[in-house]
Every structure is written in C-alpha cells, then in structure tokens.
Write a protein that binds this ligand. Structure first.
Ligand code: SF4
Length: 86
C-alpha cells in the first residue's frame, strides 16, 4: 500500500524479493480475480486440495511433480494433476 492509500502492484517482482505476507496476499488476489468461467467450483477445489494433502509429492504447498503451487493449479477447472490423482 502506498502512502496515499492506493494499492500498489508490482508486476516485476520475484518471489525472493517479496515478504511471505506479500506473496500470500498475491496468491489470494490471483485466486479472487480468476475469471469465473475458468474457476473450479468450491467443492471441486476443496476435493483436489484434500487429495494433494495426502500426496507424497506435496511439499510446502508446492507439487514436486509439476512445480506448481497446488492452490493455484487446483483453482482452474481445466487443470489436471500431473500424476492423474485428480
Ligand atoms: S497435483 Fe497431484 S501430484 Fe501434485 S501434489 Fe497434488 S495430488 Fe500430488
């Protein structure tokens, strides 16, 4: 947030340049701004994430099979699990 109160968005930052809080907020903003027609239903999203939580490839929110953050991957309905678990 700038001094004037406007939300500032950096489109050129790398993860290593962000605080953890900023990164998490960016993730939430990304999920909220997804086009509704691309978005998984809440039920499908939760089902996918439950499966990820049981998966040996999930480490710190990251899928070691594809390199994606699973919360982002699962949010888009057309995406698939690289190991075909969902
Ligand atoms: S996307 Fe698939 S392979 Fe990756 S963590 Fe989730 S269930 Fe496991």
């Amino acid at each position: 947030m700038s001094e004037s109160g406007e939300l500032r968005v950096c489109k050129k930052c790398l993860l290593r340049e962000m605080t953890k809080e900023t990164y998490y907020q960016n993730l939430q903003d990304y999920l909220e701004e997804l086009e509704p027609e691309r978005k998984s239903s809440q039920e499908l999203y939760e089902k996918r994430l439950e499966r990820c939580k049981e998966c040996e490839k999930l480490i710190n929110g990251l899928c070691r099979a594809c390199g994606c953050y699973v919360e982002m991957r699962a949010a888009i309905s057309e995406n698939k699990c690289p190991c075909q678990y969902w």
